[in-house]
Every structure is written in structure tokens, then in C-alpha cells.
Design a protein around this ligand. Structure first.
Ligand code: C2E
Ligand code: CA
Ligand code: CA
Ligand code: CA
Length: 276
């Protein structure tokens, strides 16, 4: 009825209002949060599927808000990208990883490699490579200890600029991973144009393994093809033993997921994986 419609509109308007309020609030809080030291890096270990040894970890951003608790990145990365704040935040992430690696080097801990997520906004900004130079000039860290992750859509959307930036990173001896592979167009043909070292199979893809034969056939083919063009494959979102067994059968190289570990704080990561 007419009345119902009106109620729904009101409900909708209130929801929208709340969302906008939250958005505006988050946006202004982000900068203060960085200054106040409310951001923290968690680490999720990655494993070699054949030897089971830990080969490294992915750094994942967390915001410890004093009044809202732990806010996951999906809630604020998009906003930070729209305001451009992601560039400052992204620089902080790289510096923080460098600081941690330096400490692990000094303590002679075997941390493997560390993967850092790059936003498209960050990598496409004109100052990106200068920022990389400046940050790494301040630390004595072998670039081969760092893997930069970029998502598939960034790689496709602006492929010429992206390719140039990735080539520059690899010329500096950093490694590059293509993240979330399998979520978008997944055209295999552009893979050969991208200067990358790893392909990360998206968790939505991994999750369907064992549920239908086609996903299995496609996954096996992707891994086979990735190997043929010299890429190593990391499966993300490995939650079940069954996923692990299927991926192993398909010769997948590395795995990351709740089956092994959730992302954990730096101190937990050190205690569980780095110290003996
Ligand atoms: P992503 O790069 O695809 O990271 C993997 C996400 O999957 C992480 O979520 C991780 O906690 C989650 N995950 C790991 N194993 C499993 C599993 O077995 N099952 C399931 N269901 N999920 C699993 P998280 O930490 O919430 O991060 C979400 C996204 O936020 C990341 O997706 C990445 O796109 C972005 N992000 C995180 N840290 C940063 C950062 O420092 N910079 C930028 N630009 N983006 C970041
Ligand atoms: Ca990632
Ligand atoms: Ca991913
Ligand atoms: Ca993702």
C-alpha cells in the first residue's frame, strides 16, 4: 500500500543517511588514526605445499579504533582510495614492513618474504616510484625479500602505466604478485604481458574446489599454464584439507589460508612462526 511504500522510503533514507554519516566520519578519522598510531599490520603465513615450510607472509592492515574496535581493511581502504589518503597510508604500510624486517634481520629470524598489498591509486600515482626509492634508501633491506601484490583489475584497467611501474619495481629486484586472480575477466592472454612472478588464486575460486568438476579443471589448467610461462602459484583462502589436497594434486606451489593460520599480530607471528 501507499503507507508501506512511504515507510520503506523512510527506512531507505535513514539507512543511506547512516551510511553517509559513517563515510564522512571514517574519512576524517583516518588521518587522525594514522597520527595516533591506531593502524597495525597483521601477518598471515604462507607455506610451501610440498615441504610444508613457511616461505613468507602477507602483511594485512588493521585499524584499532578506540571506540569501534578492530576495523577490517574492506571498511576503510575504499574510502582512503577516494580521498587519496591511501597514498600516505600505503607509504606507512611499506615503512612499517621495512621496520619489522629490519628488526627480524637483526634478530636473525627466518621470516622468508613479506608480501605488501598495493592499491591501484597508489601504484598509479606519479610519485609512487620516488616514494619507494625514499623508503628503501632509509633501510638496508634486500628487495628480493619483498613481494608487491597488485589486483587483477588494476593490471587490466591501466595496463600500459601499470606494466611500466611493475617493470621498474622488478628492475629494482622486488618481486610482484597478481592478486585475486580468477575474479575478473581472467583473460589468460594478458598474463604474458604482465611482468610478474606469482599468481594468487582468489579465495572464491579456491572455495569452489571440490564442489564442482569444472572449477577443478579450470584451476588445474591455470596452474599448468602459469608454470609454463614461469610463474609460481599461491592459493589464498585455503580453509579445508580437501582444498589443500586438490591443490597439491594440481602442483600448486604455495598456500595461505585459515587451514594454516588466520592473519595474526606481529608478536603472535614471531612467537608462533619465527622464534623456536
Ligand atoms: P586480499 O589482499 O585478497 O587479502 C586476503 C584476505 O583474505 C584478507 O582479508 C585475509 O584475512 C583473508 N583470508 C585469508 N585466509 C582466508 C581464508 O582461509 N578464508 C577467508 N574467507 N578469508 C581469508 P583482510 O585482511 O580483511 O583484507 C581484505 C582486503 O583488504 C585485502 O584482500 C586487500 O585487498 C585489502 N588490504 C589489506 N591490507 C592492505 C594494505 O596494506 N594495503 C591495501 N591497499 N590493501 C590492503
Ligand atoms: Ca593480497
Ligand atoms: Ca587476494
Ligand atoms: Ca581480495
Amino acid at each position: 500500500s501507499k503507507n508501506n511504500g512511504k515507510n520503506q522510503t523512510t527506512v531507505f533514507r535513514d539507512l543511506l543517511h547512516d551510511e553517509i554519516l559513517e563515510y564522512v566520519e571514517l574519512q576524517s578519522n583516518l588521518k587522525n588514526a594514522l597520527t595516533a598510531g591506531e593502524f597495525e599490520l597483521y601477518y598471515q603465513p604462507q607455506f610451501n605445499m610440498n615441504t610444508n615450510e613457511m616461505i613468507g607472509s602477507e602483511a594485512l592492515l588493521r585499524w584499532n579504533s578506540p571506540d569501534k574496535g578492530i576495523i577490517p581493511p574492506d571498511r576503510f581502504i575504499g574510502i582512503a582510495e577516494k580521498t587519496g589518503f591511501i597514498i600516505e597510508l600505503g607509504d606507512w604500510v611499506i615503512k612499517e614492513v621495512c621496520r619489522h624486517i629490519q628488526e627480524w634481520e637483526e634478530r636473525k629470524l627466518n621470516y622468508g618474504k613479506v608480501s605488501i598489498n598495493l592499491s591501484g591509486v597508489q601504484i598509479l600515482s606519479s610519485a609512487f616510484l620516488n616514494h619507494i626509492d625514499e623508503i628503501f634508501a632509509a633501510y638496508d633491506i634486500a628487495p628480493k625479500k619483498i613481494v608487491f601484490e597488485i589486483t587483477e583489475n588494476v593490471a587490466i584497467d591501466d595496463s600500459i602505466t601499470t606494466i611500466a611501474k611493475l617493470e621498474a619495481l622488478r628492475a629494482l629486484h622486488f618481486e610482484v604478485a597478481l592478486d585475486d586472480f580468477g575474479t575478473n575477466y581472467s583473460s589468460l592472454s594478458y598474463l604474458k604481458k604482465l611482468p610478474i612472478d606469482y599468481l594468487k588464486l582468489d579465495k572464491s575460486f579456491v572455495y569452489s574446489l571440490g564442489q564442482d568438476d569444472k572449477t577443478g579443471a579450470i584451476t588445474e589448467s591455470i596452474i599448468y599454464m602459469a608454470h609454463r610461462i614461469g610463474l609460481k602459484v599461491i592459493a589464498e583462502g585455503v580453509e579445508k584439507l580437501e582444498h589443500m589436497e586438490i591443490l597439491k594434486k594440481f602442483n600448486c606451489d604455495f598456500a595461505q589460508g585459515y587451514l594454516f593460520s588466520r592473519p595474526v599480530s606481529k608478536s603472535d607471528f614471531e612467537r608462533i612462526y619465527l622464534e623456536d
